[in-house]
Ligand binder design. Sequence first.
Ligand code: FES
Length: 156
Amino acid sequence: MTKIEQLVNDLTGKYGKERKSLMPILQGIVKEKRYVDNTDMVHIARALDISAADVYGVASFYSFIENNEMGKYVIRICKSITCEMKGKHKILKALEEELRIKLGETTHNKRFTLLETNCLGLCDVGPAMLINEEPYTKLTPEKVHEILVDYRNEVK
Ligand code: FES
């Protein structure tokens, strides 16, 4: 049994094999490997006895379910209006310079992926971003540097 088959097996054991189990199973895979690719979707479809197109339809609807391989740490910077007004542009520039990648890319060592996201509900303490599930607020370019040093050194 492959790793993904084992994971899908574990998740169907936990959430069941009905159609309503699809969302928690997708979330479980995102939690484990940070993205759900086409092969994963085929395994899920088989396990739930639904079509792969059905799985893809649901997965592609949600922006947090990525289809491509992601870095170990997925950085999602808020692109919504309040963070935009609070200087998100400078934060994005700092992240791109620190990581030496552009928005939407993953570092060569597969450690970081840099993405944008809609409002995180942290507008009053923006600009804000998430690194995996961890929120970071009141960002400045200096703070971005300190945060990334911790992740590079695996202090997190
Ligand atoms: S606008 Fe950025 S967290 Fe709401």
